[in-house]
Design a protein around this ligand. Sequence first.
Ligand code: FES
Length: 225
Amino acid sequence: MSWPAETIARANDIIARYPEKRSAVMPLLYIAMREEGRLTDEGMRHVAELTGLTPAQVQSVASFYVMYKTESQGKYLVSVCSSISCFLLGADEVLHAVEEAAGIPAGEADDEIGVEHAECIGACGGAPACLVNYELVEGVTPAKAKEMIEWLRNAKPEVINADELQTLFGGRRSFDWAIKEDNGAIGPYPAFPPFGTAAHNTPALEPGRLAPSGSRPATSEGGAS
Ligand code: FES
């Protein structure tokens, strides 16, 4: 599948932000993922052509980071942390509740919902914690996890936002985030449109649009540190 001219223009706009075009490999991988809903060999070849890297180099980057998905994850990807703090505070029960409510075992997805284990997501003080489309919710109980899945299935929200998740389904938090993000927890770059989230960030993909000043630095196209 070749990319439409608009997508190539977006990619070139992002490449122009870097001193070397190969440095744009990670954001371009998100664009490739967004284009087809998952990362395909062809998408990675486009990234290689645009960045001057070899397809093997692009694949080595893509395969290193778990957020680059080669399989469709549905519209809502629910990632349940199973690392030590969350494990000790009931992550297994939360995961089972998610699997049961979604009718999907961890590692699989239907058109709407994907379920996965996640390693520590940096919210140990608010364990057990999980992410929906990489938006955080802390202090989750099995009962609240079930409610959350039912909400995703029934309400089908267009945009997932951490504050809303926390209000509806969260419990004890690790701390109040020092940096308030009016537009959600994700940085200024196009975040996770393949997974149906962060629509308010999508305009950053438009050619010529720069990140707003004072925004959190992003570790990649898709996430803030
Ligand atoms: S162990 Fe779950 S957030 Fe750190």
